[in-house]
Design a protein around this ligand. Structure first.
Ligand SMILES: [Zn+2]
Ligand SMILES: [Zn+2]
Length: 202
């Protein structure tokens, strides 16, 4: 196993900033300490386990370096679509200055038209300006969030996002990779507002 390069650490740090994520939000999503993320981004590769770095790379949609793990298969191509369902585990929520954003995870190939997690039809264009989808929580052309805040105004976005990220992180730990949709626990689809499951299209 070859050590990860500092270039890769910087690449992950840049991807995180481009997505507007804080180190603490990222740390929480993958289940490690913010200080470890900070030191890792500064080039201290030994501060995070290989498993954690893989989770980060997958969440930030940064391809795993070929040279680091020759036995690994190359990651799939970048997303062609995102799931518009705010309560789908493929969308990781986080709050910045009281605003709620969703960070769509890369969709595994599947048939490319429906979300591999919840079955919703994938969006391939920005709902606001129609620009083709790119990675990240907001449109790179017009800056509009991909998924609007679906919560009632009295909900604290910070607390809700934190709870939700914990649930999603646990789900990721349990499944490690994108599982067949039938293996997802029902809680992963729980809609906290209506108390309904929102699995659709199946
Ligand atoms: Zn979905
Ligand atoms: Zn746009």
């Amino acid at each position: 196993m070859v050590a990860l390069s500092i270039t890769f650490c910087r690449q992950l740090a840049r991807a995180r900033r481009e997505k507007g994520m804080t180190q603490s939000a990222l740390a929480e999503a993958v289940g490690c300490k913010q200080s470890a993320v900070s030191m890792f981004e500064a080039g201290r590769v030994e501060k995070l386990s290989r498993e954690t770095v893989k989770k980060i790379a997958s969440l930030l949609e940064v391809p795993w370096p070929q040279s680091a793990d020759p036995q690994d298969t190359a990651p799939g191509p970048l997303p062609r679509g995102f799931c518009p369902n705010a309560f789908c585990p493929s969308n990781v929520p986080y709050a910045v200055n009281g605003e709620l954003y969703f960070w769509p995870r890369r969709q595994p190939e599947a048939d490319g038209t429906r979300c591999a997690c919840c079955g919703e039809i994938l969006e391939t264009r920005c709902p606001a300006c129609g620009a083709p989808v790119s990675a990240g929580a907001c449109c790179t052309r017009c800056g509009a969030p991909r998924i609007a805040n679906p919560l009632p105004p009295e909900t604290d976005p910070e607390a809700w996002a934190a709870r939700r990220r914990t649930a999603i992180a646990q789900w990721l730990t349990l499944t490690r990779h994108e599982p067949p949709p039938g293996d997802l626990p029902a809680e992963a689809f729980e809609n906290p507002i209506h108390g309904l499951t929102t699995r659709s299209g199946r």
